[in-house]
Write a protein that binds this ligand. Structure first.
Ligand SMILES: [Fe+2]
Ligand SMILES: [Fe+2]
Length: 192
């Protein structure tokens, strides 16, 4: 994403109102109804938000200008990068510990799926919307993410809800803090 610095700054300045709305959503996503951070709820809300961003891209992609498409894809990739980083650094290690052998295959597959997602993020950061395969790459990225999310929400999260010694609130606090740090780091990179 570093190659899109100037475009990111310009588009971000032009969309100040939208960015404020996004920040409110992000803050809301860090807490559940009781005001506590629940790691599984937070990650599920991230999944929902990114899914909506992919749907929105699909619905506007044929009518938008190149700069706006780049901005949308940068926002999707930023969300995915922050999300996958906190899962890899905090959530997955805690899940491995809590599930032991029972979760090993699922977590191994999840990490491989993250690698595929990251590969496409890199490809997109090096592509222009005018290139033939740009929209196809965004679509396939969305499909990879959907498949991965279905496994997390359908298999991993339910197992963890049942697991003893999996403290969703302590993890939620750590994840919320790390997400904030990562968001600030990435936004600084985009505006520097
Ligand atoms: Fe996830
Ligand atoms: Fe994941």
């Amino acid at each position: 994403m570093a190659t899109r610095k100037s475009t990111g700054r310009k588009a971000s300045d032009e969309r100040t109102g939208r960015d404020d709305d996004d920040n409110e959503d992000n803050n809301a996503a860090t807490q559940n109804a009781s005001g506590d951070n629940d790691a599984i709820e937070m990650l599920t809300e991230d999944h929902q938000r990114v899914s909506e961003m992919f749907e929105e891209y699909e619905s506007v992609k044929d009518d938008e200008e190149e700069g706006d498409k780049i901005q949308r894809v940068q926002e999707i990739c930023l969300e995915l990068t922050i999300h996958s980083t906190v899962e890899e650094e905090i959530f997955y290690p805690a899940a491995r510990e809590a599930l032991g052998e029972d979760g090993a295959d699922l977590l191994d597959e999840a990490e491989v799926e993250h690698t595929s997602v990251k590969d496409l993020i890199v490809q997109l950061s090096e592509s222009q919307p005018s290139e033939d395969l740009y929209d196809a790459k965004v679509k396939v990225l969305g499909e990879y993410v959907k498949h991965h999310v279905n496994e997390e929400e359908g298999e991993l999260f339910p197992k963890l809800r049942e697991a003893e010694d999996f403290d969703v609130e302590a993890l939620g606090d750590q994840i919320a803090q790390r997400k904030q740090e990562l968001r600030e780091e990435f936004e600084e990179q985009l505006t520097s």
